[in-house]
Design a protein around this ligand. Structure first.
Ligand SMILES: *Cc1c(COP(=O)(O)O)cnc(C)c1O
Length: 229
C-alpha cells in the first residue's frame, strides 16, 4: 500500500496534469485534504509532506484534531452538513466553512465568529443535481442569498461549493461542474467578489478542474478507503 505522502504526491501530479491538459495553471488549483474518519496521526503525516489545508465533516471529530495539531498551524475547513446547534464550534475553531445553504446558518456563524479571529471564509453550497440531493441552495435562489451572506460582518464569502451526484461518465461529470461554473461567473458579473469554486473529489476532480475548479477536496485518493464505524 502506498503511503500518505506518496498518495499526496500522485494527487498533486494528477492535479497539475489536469490543469495543463485543460489550459489552467497548476497554481490556480488548491488541494484540500479531506481527513474525516482518519486519526490526527494521518493528518500529521500529510502535513509533514507539505499539506496545509484539511477538510472535516463532523464537528466533534474535527475539533479533536484541531486541538491535537494546534502547534502545526494548519488551515481547517468545515465541509459537512452544519446543524444550527453546531455553528458556534465551527465559528470558533475553523478557518473556512463550505456547506452554507441557508441565511440562518450564515447569520449564526457571523454572530458567533470571535472578533479576535479573521472573518470566517465561507462558500455557498449549491445543488446542481436537482431533486436527488437535499443539501445546497437551488441555483435560481443563489444570487439573493449570496448577497445577504456577503453583507454579514464576520464572514467573507469566497465562492461556491458543489457535490454533484456520483457519476462515472466523464462528460456527465463535467456537465454538473459546468452548471456550477456558469453560476459562479454569473454571481461575479453581478458584482460579488468571489475567487473560490470548491468542486471535485477523488473520483471526479479532473472533470472539476476541466470546468474551472479552484479547490479540489480529496480524501480517499490521499488517505485510502474510509471505514465508517
Ligand atoms: C468526504 C468528502 C470529500 C472527499 O471525498 P473523497 O471521495 O474521499 O475524495 C469531499 N467533499 C466532501 C463534502 C466530502 O464530504
Amino acid at each position: 500500500m502506498a503511503s500518505i505522502s506518496e498518495n499526496m504526491q500522485s494527487v498533486c501530479e494528477r492535479v497539475a496534469a489536469a490543469a495543463r491538459k485543460y489550459g489552467r495553471l497548476p497554481d490556480e488549483i488548491g488541494l484540500l485534504a479531506v481527513s474525516k474518519t482518519w486519526p490526527a496521526a494521518c493528518v500529521a503525516e500529510a502535513a509533514a509532506a507539505g499539506q496545509k489545508a484539511f477538510g472535516e465533516n463532523y464537528v466533534q471529530e474535527g475539533l479533536a484534531k484541531i486541538t491535537e495539531l494546534a502547534a502545526r498551524r494548519l488551515e481547517w475547513h468545515f465541509i459537512g452538513p452544519l446543524q444550527s446547534n453546531k455553528t458556534r464550534a465551527v465559528a470558533e475553531n475553523f478557518d473556512w466553512s463550505h456547506s452554507i445553504d441557508r441565511l440562518k446558518t450564515a447569520e449564526r456563524l457571523s454572530e458567533q465568529r470571535p472578533g479576535t479571529l479573521a472573518p470566517l471564509q465561507v462558500c455557498l453550497q449549491v445543488n446542481v443535481s436537482g431533486e436527488t440531493t437535499k443539501s445546497g441552495v437551488d441555483p435560481a435562489d443563489a444570487l439573493p442569498l449570496a448577497r445577504r451572506i456577503a453583507a454579514l460582518p464576520r464572514l467573507t464569502l469566497r465562492g461556491l461549493m458543489v457535490i454533484p451526484e456520483p457519476e462515472d461518465d466523464f462528460s456527465r461529470q463535467r456537465a454538473a461542474f459546468r452548471c456550477a461554473r456558469a453560476l459562479f461567473d454569473e454571481l461575479k458579473k453581478e458584482g460579488l467578489a468571489l475567487d473560490t469554486l470548491s468542486m471535485g473529489m477523488s473520483h471526479d476532480f479532473e472533470a472539476a478542474i476541466a470546468e474551472g475548479s479552484t479547490l479540489v477536496r480529496v480524501g480517499t485518493a490521499i488517505f485510502g478507503e474510509r471505514n465508517y464505524k
